[in-house]
Design a protein around this ligand. Structure first.
Ligand SMILES: C[S@@+](CC[C@H](N)C(=O)[O-])C[C@H]1O[C@@H](n2cnc3c(N)ncnc32)[C@H](O)[C@@H]1O
Length: 210
C-alpha cells in the first residue's frame, strides 16, 4: 500500500484495530511509545500518523511536547481531525504530506515515530521513509518504530492469524527480518526493544554507518 486511495476504506474502520489488539493499556504499544520519551520539551514527528492515535496519546501525556502528525491519506487525516476536535489537546498539528518527501528541515525533531507502516509498504518506499526519518532527526534524537510481532501465546495466535490474512504479501517475511541488521543499513542502531501485545516497540539512534 502507500497511495492515498488504498486507505479510503480502511480509514472508516481503522480504530477497531486498537479496540481489538491494543485495548489493554498496560501492554499496548501506544503506552510503550510514551514510556520511552523523556520529560523535556520535545519536537515529535509522527510519520504516517493515520487516525492520529500515537500523536494524540503523546501530546496528551507530554503537554510540553510539540507533536506533528503527517499522512498521505486525506481520509485518514479527516478521521484524525474529527478525533482531535473531541480531545482537549492543543500541542498537536496534522499535516497532509508524503513521508517520502518531508517538508521539514534537516535535524528538526527530537523524536520520529513510524508506527505500523513499514510492514505494509514496498521495500523501496520503506527505504525512502527511513532516509527521510534519518534526515529530519536530530543527531541525538530517537527513532521509534512500532511493528507487529507474532505472539507466543496460543490464544493470541488466533487473532493474529487475522492480521496475517489481511496484510499484504511479504508481511510474514517482514515479521522474520533480523531488525538490528534491517535498520543498520539505513543508518540506525537498535537501542531497545519492548515487547507488547501483538507488537514490539523499537527505539533506535542514528549511527555513522551511512
Ligand atoms: C496502518 S496505518 C498506521 C497508522 C498509525 N501510524 C498507527 O500506528 O495506527 C498506515 C498509514 O501510513 C500512511 N502512509 C502510507 N504511505 C505513506 C506515505 N508515503 N506518506 C505518508 N503516509 C503514508 C497511510 O495513509 C496510513 O494512514
Amino acid at each position: 500500500m502507500g497511495a492515498d486511495e488504498n486507505y479510503q476504506f480502511s480509514a472508516k474502520a481503522y480504530d477497531i484495530l486498537d479496540r481489538t489488539y491494543f485495548r489493554k493499556a498496560a501492554t499496548s504499544p501506544r503506552t510503550a511509545v510514551i514510556s520511552v520519551l523523556g520529560d523535556e520539551p520535545l519536537k515529535v514527528l509522527d510519520m504516517c500518523t493515520g487516525t492520529g492515535t500515537n500523536a494524540f496519546a503523546i501530546a496528551a501525556a507530554r503537554r510540553n511536547a510539540e507533536v506533528i502528525g503527517i499522512d498521505i491519506s486525506a481520509a485518514m487525516l479527516q478521521k484524525a481531525a474529527a478525533k482531535l476536535e473531541q480531545e482537549k489537546i492543543s500541542n498537536v498539528k496534522l499535516l497532509h504530506m508524503d513521508a517520502a518527501n518531508l517538508q521539514f528541515s534537516n535535524e528538526k525533531f527530537d523524536v520520529v515515530l513510524i508506527s505500523l507502516v513499514l510492514h505494509e509498504i514496498s521495500p523501496d518506499l520503506a527505504g525512502k521513509l527511513l532516509g527521510e526519518a534519518r534526515r529530519v532527526l536530530k543527531t541525538a534524537g530517537k527513532l521509534i518504530v512500532v511493528e507487529w510481532e507474532e505472539p507466543v501465546s496460543r490464544f493470541k495466535r488466533i487473532p493474529f492469524y487475522l492480521v496475517k490474512k489481511t496484510e499484504p504479501a511479504g508481511f510474514e517475511d517482514f515479521l522474520n527480518f533480523e531488525m538490528d541488521q534491517y535498520f543498520f543499513q539505513f543508518g540506525f542502531e537498535m537501542m531497545q526493544t519492548i515487547h507488547c501485545d501483538y507488537s514490539k516497540v523499537m527505539v533506535l539512534s542514528k549511527n555513522d554507518h551511512i
